[in-house]
Design a protein around this ligand. Sequence first.
Ligand code: AMO
Length: 438
Amino acid sequence: MENVDLKNLSENRTFIEDVFKKKIRSVELAGWVHNIRDLSKVRFIILKDMTGMIQIAGVKGKTSEGVFSEMDKISRESVIVVKGSVVDSKQAPGGKEINPEEIIVLNSADELPIDIPFNSGEDSKTELPKRLDYRFLDLHRKKTQAIFKVQATLMQGFREYMVSRKGVEANFPSIISSSSEGGTELFKAKYFEKDVYLSQSCQLYKQMLACSMERVFTIFTVWRAEKHNTVRHLNESRQFDFEMAFADEFVVMDELAKCVQHMVGMVIEKNQSDLELLGIKLKVPTVKYMTFAETNELLEKEGIKTDAHDLTGIGEKKLGELFPDTIVFVHDWPLKGKPFYIMPKGKDLSCGFDAIYKGMEITSGGQRVHLPELLKERLKVKDLDPKDFKSYIDSFRYGAPPHAGWGMGVERLTMVLLELSNIREAVMFPRDRDRLTP
Ligand code: AMO
């Protein structure tokens, strides 16, 4: 590697977007070689960093001989530093290019194993599994980066909304001693002499915390040992979680609607160029409320057979078609279809809900059981042993207000907003049944 003073470089380098935005004449750029073109007398390098792309133009006879011949040897995606001057050029993308005075190769890239299209708006010709095998390289693509820039805005928007509602950001354990969502789908691990599980959700902890700190939220990683490999399930995923004291399911559905509206609004405002690259036009969603029975009735009219206590994938898709750009809250959910912690509503119904958006479930939630004796009963109905939940049940004995909340899949929301056909596109380093690296 060439000897480069990285401290000096990090302090003095110019980001590509600033070359276009500001009046700068002399620059030191650092980035990756996106493309190279050799027209014998003129050699071009398209350089990219996280802020943009710019053309470096070497001209035979004008550019120093050493730099001109170096430009011929550099491979795509190699990491280079370019020192030079900015010139206006009608032919150059963005109207400016760099006359190189010095090019330093920091790390030369091998032949690329996956397709990184020259046109950033194009899809890679490499299939997803192989792209994921080389995810570190796939992340050099502007289109892949655009997905995660949007996801970062969603996370920022979630935090911003929650803080504006007096929410306190919380952290919860990732190792649990008993199930939080039902008996199956648990990853078992050894913890000294004991058997433990990777967290299926922070459900029990966010409830216990809301009973003292009122409004709590987190972005939490969860693990589900679902055996099936589908385009909408992961074994490790993240959730936007919210829990609120003195609330029922309608209060928190309203919070969810406003929160998602804020998050989507922020993406529209901040990520316009990313959305354009991905070919997505986003609208801030409206909201619709329907009971489970009403939803089923509607779907049956549309010729869709429904489940007694769950919506099918086809049903969710239909709701997306019937109500575009709408968060459809399906409430008064059958009790049988909801976990032990959801408050019953009469004998057969519950205070639980699902939110369907753009044809897919993005959230489930509801009012919780905050009464210890009822909670014991509900656990038994679900074939779970109240003894395994002692500290959770006890937490409702010393001043526990009625409370409600929800969990929304980070990757699910990213997937539906950006119309990705596989949820793995919405995770930087996905974990599914077959994939543990990179
Ligand atoms: P639930 O299990 O429905 O509820 O999960 C909430 C949301 O998380 C997302 N999600 C997933 N995303 C990808 N792969 C998976 N395997 C996966 N499982 C779930 C979905 C789903 O709507 N504790 C409750 C929430 C609550 O009541 O607060 C829970 O975890 O978008």
